[in-house]
Write a protein that binds this ligand. Sequence first.
Ligand SMILES: Cc1ncc(COP(=O)(O)O)c(C=O)c1O
Length: 397
Amino acid sequence: MDIRINFSGRSIRYTEEEIAVVVEAMRNADPLTQGKHRQAFESAFAAYQGVPQGSCFTTMNGCAALEMSAQLCRFKEGDEVVMPSHTFTASCYPYVKKGARPVWADIDPATRVVTADTVAKVLSPRTRAVVVVHLYGFAADMPAIAELCRKRGILCIEDAAQAIGAELQGVKAGAFGDMGIFSFHSHKNLTTLGEGGMLYVKDPAMAAIVPALRHNGHCPYPFVQEEYWKPAMGNVDMPMLGDDMLQPNNYCLGEVECALGAKLLERIDRINDEKRRRALAFIDALSDMPELEFHREPTTRHNYHLLAARMTTGPAMRDRFMKFMAEEKGIKCVVQYIPLDRYDYYRRLGFGEAQCPAADAFFDAMVSFPFQHWLSDEDFEYMLAATREGIERCRRG
Ligand SMILES: Cc1ncc(COP(=O)(O)O)c(C=O)c1O
């Protein structure tokens, strides 16, 4: 297969200014982790999100942020966590590792994310937390979902791994819930050299634990050290949260990545706007082809991290279309996010039961187009023309 347009593993190209920031941190940062660049990134991120200073914590990736959010939930035996079945596996397994039982909520077929209704349907007296995933970069209806959780005394966590910059009613995705997580993985609209993440924690008492939770339980002694090296250079402990003592991790992000992250925040809105403009152009240019059903959202509620469609004529035509695109046009579309209840891993754990017909139907006929930010205009036009040709060809059978 001769590929002209790959589904690239890399979302963005860096500017010379961004590269210079990395080089400067490589040369001069001391230490290379846990220093001024981390502080600057966390501070700039909190400002970008419109949340209080001291509530955002860099992590080595989104998964580490999810795992710490799961620790902060302090699950007891039998506790359930509600989340969409249609998501990336890392939205879920950190909660399984920390003792929760996932219960699958269905998606709204129009937006591909959960709603207050689909969540409400699967809540039970055992529900401890709800994880809302802003999949593809679209912010779910957080005002309604957060209100539902608040009324029921349930923790609300936003997996905004794909949704940096998406906003609803002037509030950023990831800033509505009790906690929010972000990913700066290679695929994401903002990537800190391939890995990186952020954890937002709303409750100041919980947030106060995160530095020790993230970094080996390191903390100051509760007394003034007469000689700074005694009894040791620093203390190790873990604060109590309720009756529980959480176990520490080392989930820090390095200084070079933090320096780059802070710099990229200056450009993220532009990147998102450019992706949205392109997505809308693609969707509108195909509006006479009802076989491909896109999610058209012209506002900043969608950052179009990904460009996904459903083949309304079903999985067989989807497969023919993908084959045509790959083999005749050299364009590698992909199929994403098999509902988690259908994975062997989750089935073997006993989590294979789900009532999520919309998630199943969407996944079975979905197609995700290559949509890296750096796609050239020429390749973008080529992909559009190839898509039209592919649909026409598939119509003929
Ligand atoms: C929806 C979602 N959740 C969680 C993650 C995990 O993030 P990371 O790869 O940074 O660990 C990702 C991305 O990789 C994701 O797309």
